[in-house]
Design a binder for this molecule. Structure first.
Ligand code: FAD
Length: 352
């Protein structure tokens, strides 16, 4: 049986490979980065520089987590929430609202989900540091060109590249018709412009003041921050999102602003961090593009046309933004991956 080529080894691509392997279908994943995960990136700590939380409503993801035997735990929200209404205004404190549905995280970090998926997949290979630049229909096959000059051919290709990035970066022949191309270009890549930051600490100093480590701010620097201590509760961190406009500063300038904003939210203990980490997702070449006119969050996410095949049915579309359920989220990535794998299996069985 010939290999199915999957572009992208993020959650969606690894779900496709896993599902195909359950049906004995081999696959080859082509990944532009030097790591698996895409928008999931757990760094030392574990600290999530990408996706972190899920909820019970994310049923496809929850089912996969259970199937893989992965341990998850509830986000710690104990203590007061800090709120900074902006310059010249005193800090305020709130209780965590009653009746909120809990969020969950994965023990060891979200990367553990990907590692488990990969290890339980048989018959799949991954080529790293290889970027697809062109897809061309030739007869009943798709010719895949890459930035290394290597060309591959497969009768079925599954793309997990976010639609906007695909429309911008990949030369597709025959060309995508204009209306669909425009839709893809107008599809927001969820979190593509976000800036994540994290501080690690020797001890959870915020707890001494009965704070939860959760904070919200209108200071123009930090948007939100959460307790990011680990499952075992022996690694302590606070992690959150910055105003995306801070992309124009250099790391030192940004860090200084963030330390000051954290000190206002949580007190002087915030300055005694062990490490500071940040990821500016807009600068990641395999996630999103720098738009001249920013799109609204989730714009066109889950539009049914995004999930339709291209190249005479031989280019199958996956990736979270193509999902009909929770597009943009990890649940959408799994959902789209399962759908795409089923489409590929059907095509394989049809012998076309
Ligand atoms: C900062 C941040 C926080 C988030 N928080 C959450 C959260 O808490 N909960 C949640 O549910 N979701 C969250 N998300 C969204 C979640 O990460 C995504 O829904 C999910 O990871 C998408 O998976 P995917 O496989 O569809 O896409 P991606 O992860 O984007 O994977 C696509 C893959 O394709 C590769 N690729 C792209 N172009 C090419 C090319 N030309 N050639 C070869 N390879 C290519 C990329 O390198 C990447 O590995 C967050 C995202 C970010 C960035």
């Amino acid at each position: 049986m010939s290999e199915i080529v999957i572009i992208g080894a993020g959650l969606s691509g690894l779900t496709v490979a896993y599902e195909l392997s359950k049906h004995g279908v081999p696959s080859l994943l082509i990944e532009g980065r030097n790591r698996i995960g895409g928008r999931i990136n757990t760094v030392e700590g574990p600290i999530e520089m990408g996706a972190t939380w899920f909820g019970q409503q994310h049923i496809t993801l929850v089912k996969l987590i259970e199937e893989l035997g992965i341990t998850s735990f509830e986000q710690n929200t104990e203590g007061k929430i800090s709120f900074d209404p902006g310059p010249k205004t005193a800090l305020q404190y709130f209780d965590y609202p009653q009746g909120q549905a809990p969020s969950f995280r994965i023990k060891g970090g979200t990367l553990a989900l990907l590692q488990e998926l990969k290890s339980k997949t048989t018959g799949a290979k991954v080529k790293y540091d290889l970027n697809v630049i062109g897809l061309k229909l030739i007869g009943n096959s798709v010719q895949i060109s890459t930035d290394s000059g290597e060309t591959l051919t497969s009768s079925i290709v599954i793309s997990t590249i976010p639609p906007q990035l695909l429309a911008t970066n990949i030369n597709i022949e025959p060309e995508i018709e204009n209306e669909r191309l425009e839709l893809m270009l107008q599809t927001h890549t969820w979190m593509g412009e976000s800036i994540k930051f994290a501080f690690s600490y020797i001890r959870p100093f915020w707890k001494e003041n009965r704070l939860s480590g959760m904070g919200f701010s209108q200071s123009g620097v930090i948007q939100e921050v959460h307790n990011h201590s680990n499952f075992e509760n022996n690694f302590f961190a606070l992690k959150g999102f910055l105003n995306p406009n801070l992309v124009r500063l250099n790391e030192e300038q940004r860090k200084e602003l963030v330390v000051n904003a954290m000190t206002k939210l949580f007190g002087h203990g915030a300055k005694e961090f062990i490490s500071y980490k940040e990821t500016l997702w807009i600068n990641e070449k395999n996630t999103s593009i720098k738009e001249s006119a920013p799109l609204a969050p989730h714009q066109n996410n889950g539009h049914p046309i995004l999930a339709e095949t291209l190249l005479n049915g031989r280019l199958i579309m996956a990736g979270s933004e193509t999902s009909s359920r929770f597009p943009g989220y990890m649940d959408g990535a799994v959902n789209s991956g399962l759908r795409a794998a089923q489409e590929a299996i059907k095509l394989t069985k049809s012998g076309k």
